[in-house]
Ligand binder design. Structure first.
Ligand code: NAD
Ligand code: LEU
Length: 367
């Protein structure tokens, strides 16, 4: 991979490599765009096959966060971090504290939170070294685990997409195939089950599957069989790039709405599913609930205020679908357009000089 070529193509600001021999930390922090504010995005811990895979994941996820924050109406930029390692075996206090010190060194350009493979306890450890971390334990006045809030946002966004596809937003009686029933999807399944949906689930983790079977009466299928299920909605809630050349021909659902980041392997896959008449709820719009929730910590966390903002995901999905119809473009392009327009217009307004500008880090700096 030619790193500068890649960074130039999507206009990345910064890529930081963190190495600490003592703790074994090998991490990458990618900052995509800070036009709207400091870059906020989670830290993923994963056993990457190669360093190149880890760099690419950090870069792709960081760019997604720029769009996620812009689409959700937040004054935040996009960034993401990855730690190379097995979250079940390789975590230590030294590692996360070393990582926290690297974040502190960026002096607020990047703020972290949870992602796949990291937990509230990890954020608490990072918090020993830096204030630039969210999703910390409620005991610190923070918002805690973002996953249930992400799940609620996905549930609301799914209803908006279902309304566009079926004429009303009732999920009762709908069959929903859920890929991955981890932190977010477990909570999502609870909302769907409560509304009377029939669930089909899969996961590579057998305990997670069993929990969904036991608690929500879900039907379990093998991971490779989730795409071709007879269902109304396909909900990808595991990892990215699962909408691709080999899965698309199998999909029978009328709606794709799930929590996973970077669901389209390539943009052209978004064009293909649009042509098939599938309503695709763009990932970074529908899964913004966790970001909205942790971002609220920067103002002094208020759960009611955060949840009110999470409700707007329903409206945002509707807005994207309207733009898609108006401009005759797929929903993923409509979402990009909506977010890019906001960033560009804020960029223009920020060129105006203010002697002492207010920004998102005021809370931290005025402590
Ligand atoms: N946690 C959040 O608040 C949040 C917010 C926005 C987006 N997301 C995204 O949502 C997705 C899920 O996040 P999470 O926090 O629930 O993670 P998680 O690790 O708790 O859950 C993911 C689940 O997917 C399963 N899985 C992995 N590969 C699979 C495969 N090939 N087939 C089937 N199952 C597979 C895992 O075993 C796990 O149970 C991720 O893509 C994450 O980036 C999460
Ligand atoms: C809680 C968020 C800041 C991070 C989350 N993992 C996301 O991708 O949106």
């Amino acid at each position: 991979m030619k790193i500068f070529d890649y960074m130039e193509r999507y206009d990345y600001e910064q890529l930081v490599f963190c190495q600490d021999e003592n703790s074994g930390l090998k991490a990458i922090i990618a900052i995509h765009d800070t036009t709207l504010g400091p870059a906020l995005g989670g830290t993923r811990m994963w056993t990457y096959d190669s360093e190149e895979d880890a760099i690419e994941d950090a870069l792709r996820l960081a760019r997604g966060m720029t769009y996620k924050a812009a689409g959700a109406g937040l004054n935040l930029g996009g960034g993401k971090a990855v730690i190379i390692g097995d979250p079940r075996k390789d975590k230590t206090e030294e590692m996360f504290r070393a990582f926290g010190r690297y974040i502190q060194g960026l002096n607020g350009r990047y703020i972290t939170a949870e992602d796949v493979g990291t937990t509230v306890a990890d954020m608490d450890t990072i918090h020993m070294e830096t204030d630039y971390v969210t999703g910390v334990s409620p005991a610190f006045g923070s918002s805690g685990n973002p996953s249930p809030v992400t799940a609620y946002g996905v549930y609301r966004g799914m209803k908006a997409a279902v309304k566009a596809a079926f004429g009303n937003d009732d999920l009762g009686g709908k069959t929903i195939a859920v890929q991955g029933v981890g932190n977010v999807a477990y909570n999502l399944c609870r909302h769907l089950h409560e509304e009377g949906a029939t669930l089909i689930v899969t996961d590579i983790n057998k305990d997670n599957v069993q929990r969904a079977v036991d608690e929500f009466g879900a039907k379990a299928v093998d991971p490779d069989d989730i795409y071709n299920q007879n269902c109304d909605i396909f909900s990808p809630c595991a990892l990215g790039a699962i909408i691709n050349d080999s899965t698309i021909p199998q999909i029978k659902a009328k709606v794709i709405a799930g929590a996973a980041n970077n669901q389209l392997r390539e943009e052209r896959h978004g064009d293909i599913i649009q042509e098939m008449g599938i309503v695709y709820a763009p990932d970074y719009i529908i899964n913004a609930g966790g970001l909205i929730n942790v971002a609220d910590e920067l103002q002094g966390y208020n759960r009611d205020r955060a949840m009110k903002k999470v409700e707007t995901i329903y409206d945002n999905i509707q807005k994207v679908i309207e733009i898609s119809k108006r401009d005759h473009i797929p929903t993923y392009k409509a979402a990009d357009r909506m977010c890019e327009e906001r960033i560009a217009s804020m960029q223009r307004s920020r060129s105006m000089f203010l002697q002492d500008g207010k920004h998102e880090l005021s809370r931290i700096h005025h402590k």
